[in-house]
Write a protein that binds this ligand. Structure first.
Ligand SMILES: [Zn+2]
Length: 64
């Protein structure tokens, strides 16, 4: 049995409410966040990446 590291922010998957699994962790703004399976994690990573790209584009547009 694998256990989730103590520095993981959440204990339940935000998508399903199921317990976080040690093999389904990722990093968000310097913190460890967990999910109930790798599919949920990948869904989160994909969403975050999309928002970060939008933010980067916006900053580029309003910067300079
Ligand atoms: Zn899940």
């Amino acid at each position: 049995m694998t256990s989730v590291p103590a520095n993981c922010l959440n204990t339940l998957c935000p998508w399903s409410g199921k317990p976080v699994q040690a093999d389904s962790l990722t990093e968000y703004r310097g913190n460890v966040v967990g999910f109930c399976n790798t599919g949920c994690r990948d869904k989160f990573e994909q969403a975050v990446r999309q928002f970060e790209e939008l933010l980067a584009a916006e900053e580029k547009a309003s910067g300079a």
